[in-house]
Design a protein around this ligand. Structure first.
Ligand SMILES: Nc1nc2c(ncn2[C@@H]2O[C@H](COP(=O)(O)OP(=O)(O)OP(=O)(O)O)[C@@H](O)[C@H]2O)c(=O)[nH]1
Ligand SMILES: [Mg+2]
Length: 614
């Protein structure tokens, strides 16, 4: 791998682009294979995504798992329509049946379900008149209430006197009343609150901190940095206006799908207030756009295990600077990506058109292979949000943080967004530290994301590895989720732990927390990875490469994604094997050979200079 920056031919670029999308597919296959293994071994893997909506018909491997778990409705041959319209002597009985059917769907969707009222599970229309629609909706509400769930109308068709949700018929032939309804359960405890993590990336000044400020507080921006101030963590950030660290903001929705906000306009609710009042919480990681903080941003992007990535683009600038790098990493992480174009209030129409053309071209390029969907109204929002688990589509919003234009669509979209991500609570506990603190009267606190398993306050744990590859024993003194004390946390949740007997200087981000075991956990200094040479959107050669961590051994597993950087050379890959003996090179004949890009390949052992393993 050479550090020389060679201007790339179109052919090279194409090669890089298709390598990137091959890589995403490869990761997806690996992940699916791993999940299926778990299912085969009989562990009750939770379902991957939110909804069991019948309108979702994209190819989706996770759905196979749902099938194998037999979570489907148990109503048998009874048609939903009968249950919904039953007003006769069996009305109460069939309401119970309806409740049971709903209950299964809620279980599948982490307490949420998207209901197509007026449509059977197989997509067949129920042919509802206005009167029937009202009856059915009323019964659905009652069935939901039994389960401590509320219904929120997202959109309706042909419903007379329908409110703002009415979007009109689908086509000339569409006459019957239908609608999409979000049903959300009140979480039994704070631990059960649905959490969706979104990493926000984009170039400097794209408006990332500003939009988060506006979404969280409900006030508009003045175009001169008013809304972002409360998000800054450092004095120099307030002075320069630039985010330099990894910020965290949370936004809550209640069971009715309303944003949990303060009664006092402009007052930001505490995390505790949001957590206690919400049924669904979106946590945003506010990342820095400046190149100087790229390392921090990449770490933040990888370590926060986002379920989604939000790329922000200023309408008047387009995709510039670091935004393509960010997009490349998001694509490699294999999470759905959404785009928000900001500053449409100050952008001349022809410049906005240029930005849209550029964005479309990049999204459709072989590296990304996304279908951009430009969201303009309620109907687009609802349809796209419910189908967003498909990696193929990329919703694009055009907003202004100053006038507030289209921000309501973003809020609605975030409310509907299905929970995406696969977490195995049955697997052994593993927690990745992405920040450390020293809290007065509490001691050392580490925050991060539970990759798998479950942990309770009071459990014995190991934290490491340190520079020698050793782990330190400790106890979990207490656990907090979104600053609310909880007794337990499990796979997929972010949390912080107060640790007994450890000093802050002993812990660092990048460490893992594991349960106490009889045999010490294995760490590795060398590993092999299948890697794309000088990856994202650039040249793309795939090879098995051996790596060695320069500073210390790390806790790694086969299948982990790695991202490395040394000067201008970057790459990403997936861990294939642990340990490596240079006595037995991977491909001895490749020594000193010239590869397809005209660069000399110096051997098979590469140092992972800036290696970040996820
Ligand atoms: N007119 C207008 N100005 C906006 C809009 N959104 C953000 N701004 C302004 O753009 C500037 C940059 O916004 P930031 O939120 O700091 O951008 P950022 O993406 O967080 O930047 P970094 O943290 O440095 O990466 C601020 O002065 C905002 O007031 C918008 O929709 N319209
Ligand atoms: Mg910022």
């Amino acid at each position: 791998m050479s550090n020389k920056h060679i201007k790339q031919s179109l052919q090279d670029r194409r090669k890089g682009e298709s390598a990137l999308s091959d890589f995403s597919e490869y990761v997806e296959k690996q992940q699916t294979a791993q999940r299926q293994q778990h299912v085969r071994h009989g562990s009750s893997a939770p379902s991957d995504s939110g909804y069991s909506s019948t309108t979702r018909n994209e190819e989706h491997a996770e759905l196979d798992i749902l099938d194998s778990l037999d979570l489907s409705d148990t109503t048998g041959q009874v048609k939903l329509k009968q249950l919904l319209l039953d007003t006769g002597p069996t009305a109460e009985e069939s309401l119970v049946q309806l409740s049971n059917a709903l209950s299964n769907r809620l279980l599948e969707g982490h307490g949420e379900a998207l209901f197509d009222l007026g449509q059977e599970d197989n997509g067949e229309s129920m042919g509802f008149s206005n009167e029937q629609w009202s009856t059915a909706l009323e019964r659905l509400r009652r069935a939901a209430a039994v389960l401590k769930a509320d219904c929120r109308l997202l959109m309706t068709r042909n419903v007379k006197d329908g409110g703002e949700e009415e979007v009109g018929p689908f086509n000339d032939k569409d006459k019957s009343c239908t609608g999409k309804i979000m049903i959300r359960q009140k979480p039994a405890t704070v631990e059960d609150v649905i959490e969706t993590r979104i990493a926000v990336v984009g170039n400097v000044d794209a408006g990332k901190s500003t939009m988060l400020g506006v979404l969280v507080k409900g006030n508009l921006d003045d175009g001169r940095g008013k809304a972002r101030v409360s998000l800054f963590r450092h004095k120099h950030e307030i002075e320069s206006g630039r985010t330099s660290s990894v910020g965290m903001e949370i936004m809550g929705y209640d069971t009715h799908g309303e944003v949990v906000a303060s009664n006092v306009p402009g007052r930001k609710l505490s995390w505790e207030e949001i957590g206690n009042r919400s049924a669904k919480v979106i946590s945003f990681t506010d990342l820095a756009g400046h190149e100087r903080y790229l390392r921090t941003t990449v770490f933040g992007l990888l370590s926060s295990s986002p379920n989604y990535c939000l790329l922000m683009v200023a309408a008047n600038n387009g995709l510039i600077g670091m935004s393509k790098e960010h997009l490349g990493i998001a694509l490699a992480l294999n999470v759905p990506v959404m785009v928000v174009i900001t500053k449409i209030d100050i952008c001349p129409p022809q410049i906005l058109a240029q930005t849209i053309t550029q964005l479309t071209k990049i999204l459709k390029s072989p590296g990304a292979r996304k279908i951009p969907i430009f969201i303009k109204n309620r109907e687009d929002t609802v349809n796209t949000a419910t189908q967003f688990v498909s990696q193929r589509i990329c919703p694009v919003f055009q907003v202004s943080n100053v006038t507030g234009e289209c921000l309501d669509l973003v809020r609605m979209f975030l409310n509907i967004l299905p929970h995406h991500g696969y977490y195995d609570a049955e697997a052994p506990f593993e927690f990745h530290v992405n920040d450390t603190f020293s809290v007065p009267f509490v001691g050392t606190v580490v925050s991060g994301v539970v990759k798998s398993g479950v942990i309770h306050a009071g459990d014995q744990i190991l934290v490491g590895p340190d520079s020698l590859g050793n782990f330190m024993a400790s106890h979990i003194r207490s656990i907090e989720r979104k600053r609310i004390p909880v007794p337990v946390c499990s796979a997929g949740q972010s949390a912080s732990f107060a640790l007994k007997r450890l000093r802050r200087k002993d812990v660092r981000k990048g460490m893992v927390v594991l349960p106490k075991l009889d045999t010490p956990p294995k760490v590795h200094r060398e590993f092999t990875a299948e890697d794309i040479d000088r990856a994202y959107i650039r040249t793309g050669d795939r090879a098995i490469v051996a790596f060695r961590f320069v500073q210390r051994p790390e806790y790694l597993a086969v299948g982990d994604k790695i991202l490395f950087r040394e000067g201008r050379t970057k790459g990403l890959g997936i861990v294939k094997g642990l340990g490596y003996d240079p006595q037995y090179p991977l491909n001895p004949e490749a020594r000193g050979e010239v590869n397809g890009n005209g660069q000399v390949v110096e051997g098979t052992t590469k140092r992972a200079g800036d290696g970040v393993a996820t």
